[in-house]
Design a protein around this ligand. Structure first.
Ligand code: ARG
Length: 578
């Protein structure tokens, strides 16, 4: 569809310039649907031809545009070609547009758009995405929630594009906090409570021991001792640590499951503890280590080598740091997975950390560090539940579900649903995700439950509602797939707008693949939902002739499929009833 038309136009351009068609494909884009009737379907930007060296950059832009428009000949597929400011517009045969898009929808369904030519230029291979990465015994804050859903989106997107994806959860499962936790547990811990509600109990113990340690030196010393035992792999300390870790992972997994998120590996900081020491030796051998006056070991990462910027990799007592473990983890992942790219998803406050990490890896001679990337995101303010601050991911999900359940019970439109709790949970989660994905990831935003859960406006609830409505229409009347559609039955403006909009699906995915921002896909799906609502209102199925009903059902089925596909990439499970 989009490819069919793009190729057709590219072939005209290739004849004029005597260059291969492929050189033009990515300069052609489908036009966003406008309220004006009869907007063109595709557009070519003359500037991009100049940037690609196809047209001289110093010529007069408008003269070049008009001249080229004259040279291109219309035909039965591309029916109209006309110049605009710095662009050439193409209108394709509408009957053919209807036919091609419907054909592709029936053929590809859940893989709609997946084989677009636009993706050919993208590198394929193994993508490692590291995300979520909470710290055991500490709060699972809004930042971890953001990392979880953003990382999941990136992993889904990369998978859709044909990459082999490894999803890694880099647990905060090592460090002084475990010294405190271990010492604390010996004083205030309770095996019974640990079994019933492990995350809460570990958190409580951690808070209590921290408070205690402030005025009680004995606790502080016990904590240091415990951590030292851990660092020396002392079996008793290790077994308690392992119990904390195992029990926490099981809890996390349950909550991730509610979110529809999974990981291929839980490989935390602890795993790289031993290797961190080897990293230090390697840095030493390469002459990258410096010793400060206080005895810490640092790597100078300043441009000028004057220590104006450095990164500490070893404390004076010989213990490793967060960055040391990250260096070890990266090297280990390369050995294990031989990745083509690695993506870290954390809040923007860790920007410098990752910059330094990549610099150090490069200095160590690991040129693959160039293929590592940090995707930063902004802060969420005011995410609270009725019980107060959010402590665990579970609290947020419970709150979203409870609120959604209440809204659903008040709504007149709610259908008899088999499992209202499950639906409320899925819709509630999609609301959280859409709210989070609407803007640029790096922006901060204020969280507000009422706004998040609105039915109208660009919310996740609205997306789910549109999807469910289409599902119920299809459920009642069939999916229009049994007959062949006569395209002329969909020549109305509502249908054309939807189909024109669908031409953009692969472009939008392409944009998201480039900057890893979900907002392009979110906007696309919102517009699709609005167009679907209009079509649903103006194009009745009931009461139409069988041929018209069938054609419309095929259109609605197509919208429903693409909506569902897009939602799945975003990490949203589409519901069929609500
Ligand atoms: N556990 C860390 C935190 O909660 C995030 C880990 C990010 N990933 C990394 N490779 N450093 O802040």
């Amino acid at each position: 569809m989009a490819c069919y038309f793009r190729r057709r136009i590219a072939s005209k351009l290739s004849r004029v310039f005597e260059r291969s068609e492929d050189e033009f494909i990515s300069s052609l884009y489908a036009i966003p649907v406008s309220k004006k009737q009869q907007s063109p379907d595709f557009r070519l930007s003359i500037n991009s031809l100049r940037l690609n060296g196809i047209l001289p950059a110093n010529g007069d832009l408008q003269t070049q545009t008009t001249a080229l428009a004259h040279q291109l000949k219309q035909d039965s597929v591309v029916e109209e070609i006309f110049a605009g400011p710095g662009v050439i517009n193409f209108r394709v045969c509408q009957t053919l547009l209807i036919q091609k898009v419907l054909e592709q929808l029936s053929k590809e369904r859940h893989e709609f758009g997946m084989r677009s030519e636009l993706f050919h230029g993208l590198k394929k291979g193994t993508t490692l995405v590291e995300f979520s990465s909470p710290n055991i015994a500490k709060k699972f804050h809004a930042g971890h929630l953001r990392s979880t859903i953003i990382g999941n989106f990136i992993a889904n997107l990369k998978e859709f594009l044909g990459n082999n994806v490894v999803r890694v959860n880099y647990l905060g499962d090592w460090g002084m906090q475990f010294g405190l936790l271990g010492a604390g547990f010996q004083h205030f811990g309770c095996q019974e409570k640990l079994k019933i509600n492990p995350l809460q109990h570990l958190f409580d113990v951690y808070v209590q021991v921290n408070k205690e340690a402030e005025n009680n030196d004995i606790i502080g010393k016990a904590a240091r001792d415990f951590f030292k035992q851990l660092e020396q792999n002392e079996p008793q300390a290790m077994s308690l640590w392992k119990q904390f870790r195992d029990i926490s992972v099981i809890e996390y997994q349950q909550v991730y499951k509610r979110l529809g998120v999974h990981f291929d590996v839980y490989s935390g900081e602890s795993f790289h503890q031993q290797q961190a020491q080897e990293v230090v030796e390697q840095l030493q051998t390469r002459g990258l280590l410096k010793t400060t006056e206080t005895g810490t070991r640092v790597v100078d990462v300043s441009q000028s080598g004057d220590m104006s910027s450095y990164s500490t990799v070893l404390r004076s007592d010989g213990t490793s740091l967060y960055i040391t473990r990250d260096i070890a983890a990266a090297i280990n992942r390369m050995e294990l997975y031989n990745f083509d790219e690695m993506i870290y998803v954390t809040d923007k406050s860790q920007g410098t950390h990752f910059q330094q990490l990549f610099q150090i890896l490069l200095a160590m001679g690991y040129s693959w560090a160039e293929r590592c990337q940090h995707v930063p995101f902004g802060l969420v303010q005011g995410m609270k539940t009725r019980l107060g601050d959010v402590l665990f991911l579970e609290d947020v999900l419970d709150e979203a579900k409870a609120r959604m359940l209440r809204n659903m019970s008040q709504a007149k439109t709610t259908k008899d649903i088999d499992d209202p709790e499950d639906t409320a949970e899925k819709v509630g989660i999609s609301a959280l995700i859409i709210q989070d994905f609407k803007g640029a990831l790096v922006s901060d935003y204020k969280f507000d439950w009422d706004r998040v859960l609105q039915t109208r406006g660009d919310t996740g609830v609205f997306l789910q509602y549109t999807h469910a409505r289409l599902c119920s229409l299809i459920h009642q009347h069939g999916d229009g797939e049994e007959g062949t559609t006569d395209p002329s039955l969909l020549l109305d403006q509502r249908s054309i707008s939807v189909l024109q909009h669908l031409l953009r699906y692969d472009e939008v995915i392409y944009q998201s693949a480039h900057d890893l921002q979900p907002k392009h896909l979110v906007n696309f799906l919102m517009t699709l939902s609005h167009l679907a609502a209009l079509a649903h209102k103006d194009l009745p199925v009931k009461g139409s002739t069988p041929a018209v009903a069938q054609a419309r059902l095929q259109l609605f089925r197509g919208i429903c499929t693409v909506l569902g596909n897009g939602m799945n990439i975003l990490g949203i499970t589409p519901v069929e009833k609500m």
